[in-house]
Design a protein around this ligand. Structure first.
Ligand SMILES: [Zn+2]
Length: 459
């Protein structure tokens, strides 16, 4: 701020010296008093020092690299899906570890200019289907995930800050910290209880993906690979509709990533506040049921919501699905275990190399940018954001394997002719708008969290 304020003063002082035609009035010394006649003639003024000349000269346009650095510095980069929580809980991973294959570390957060990250409170369906005395059930798994998220924030309090609102995220940025938020992946985590849903909100959870890759008791999933699984409910059951209403009433974002097309339609019919897709790419460019069709992108835009692009190359690059499909045929069990995320990233990478060698195609970053541009074309520039799926996938576009690759994405968007303002929207501002609007909707209901909460239960 200080240099900006000093410029008018400099102009005032230097205008006569520089001979520039400004609106600055002539100096008062033009009418010199008689006593000054004794003053010897003035020597010609020396040229201004170079730094002063630079301050008054019109600014030269920034180079590409300067624009990248400025955007990385000024933007609030928000990512809505990161699965590092699973190796933290299951393998004792710590964000201070210097694991080269972890996308999410403190060092990479700093290098990538990360502003806010949603840690995925991912609940594998097995915790719902087969609870055990040792591992507990689905809600207990979510609670364990939430606890290790808090643990990391407390352990690295100089660098991380828990956030549950847009204001918290902006404050963390101002404090030079990364905001950590939580989103549940898999609606089975609430064990069919709206009481549990509200408790998760109290603990700080701010979105819930209604399903993961299997149907649950009240919502159908898209599955992973085509064909989509046979429906159980043809979308949301009546209780599923109540879950969506209750989430929006209390201010928890409804996440449509992973749900079936029928569930998507039902959600948008019931929703009164904007919804999100926390990690979903474009089906027009990569035809998988997990991705969003153009019609869905259009509907999300009309709802005021936001679609966050997923970086898992399976969902971006049509060449990856056949290669991965062949690998699953020969090594399904091992790959399934890797995707479950129970190993530290370096160990998982070593296991993947052992199984796959270089069988998976390397997807260039341009393919991801194509998805972003297509989603922007269909949904509009205000309705697209970033949902990496880091540390929960098998392969990422070249240059975006970790958080430290974010400047590469910023550069790639600028190289396609994007304005700074549009880049900032996709990097985070679109999500922040939707997050604020969902919170404002909850406030406008003028209800209390539990006193006015729904007491409905599943049939
Ligand atoms: Zn997912």
């Amino acid at each position: 701020m200080r240099p900006m304020r000093s410029i008018p003063l400099l102009v005032l002082l230097l205008a006569p010296l520089l001979g520039c035609a400004s609106d600055v009035p002539p100096p008062a010394t033009a009418q010199a008093p008689a006593a000054s006649l004794a003053t010897p003639p003035q020597a010609p003024s020396p040229p201004p020092p170079p730094d002063v000349a630079a301050a008054v000269a019109p600014a030269a346009p920034l180079s590409l690299e300067e624009r990248v650095a400025k955007l990385q510095r000024e933007s609030i980069i928000v990512d809505t899906h990161d699965d590092i929580t699973t190796p933290i809980l299951d393998a004792g991973f710590d964000l201070a570890d210097s694991d080269p294959y972890a996308a999410t570390t403190l060092a990479k957060m700093r290098a990538g200019g990360m502003g806010a990250e949603f840690f995925s409170i991912y609940v594998d369906e097995r915790f719902y289907d087969h609870p055990t005395a040792h591992d507990g059930g689905a809600a207990r798994r979510a609670l364990d995930m939430i606890d290790v998220t808090y643990q990391q924030i407390e352990r690295h309090a100089n660098e991380l800050q828990l956030a549950t609102s847009t204001d918290d995220i902006r404050r963390a940025k101002a404090d030079g910290k990364v905001a950590i938020l939580m989103g549940i992946e898999g609606g089975h985590a609430i064990e069919n209880s709206l009481h549990a849903l509200r408790d998760f909100y109290r603990l700080g959870v701010r979105y819930m993906t209604l399903t993961h890759s299997k149907h649950n008791d009240w919502a159908d999933s898209a599955g992973i690979s085509p064909p989509a699984p046979k429906p159980w409910h043809h979308g949301l059951s009546p209780f599923g509709e109540e879950v969506v209403r209750e989430m929006q009433r209390i201010g928890m974002l409804v996440d449509v990533s992973h749900v079936s097309d029928e569930t998507f339609e039902d959600v948008l019919r019931v929703a009164k506040a904007p919804v999100i897709a926390s990690h979903s790419s474009s089906r027009a460019l990569c035809d998988l049921p997990r991705n969003l069709s153009d019609a869905e992108l259009g509907a999300l835009s009309k709802n005021g919501g936001v679609a966050m692009v997923n970086y898992f190359s399976l969902f971006l690059d049509p060449k990856v699905a056949p290669a991965l499909g062949a690998l699953f045929k020969s090594h399904g069990k091992e790959l399934g275990a890797l995707l479950a995320g129970h190993l530290k990233p370096a160990a998982a990478h070593a296991a993947l190399v052992k199984i796959a060698g270089d069988a998976l195609p390397r997807t260039p970053l341009s393919v991801l940018v194509d998805h972003i541009e297509h989603m922007v074309k269909v949904a509009g520039i205000d309705h697209v954001g970033l949902g990496s799926d880091w540390d929960g996938s098998l392969s990422y576009p070249v240059g975006l394997e970790g958080m430290d690759g974010l400047p590469n994405l910023t550069r790639a968007l600028l190289e396609r002719g994007w304005s700074d303002e549009d880049v900032k929207k996709v990097l985070g501002e679109n999500f922040l708008r939707v997050f604020s609007e969902a919170a404002a909707f909850a406030r406008a209901t003028k209800t209390t969290l539990s006193g006015d909460g729904s007491t409905k239960s599943i049939d």
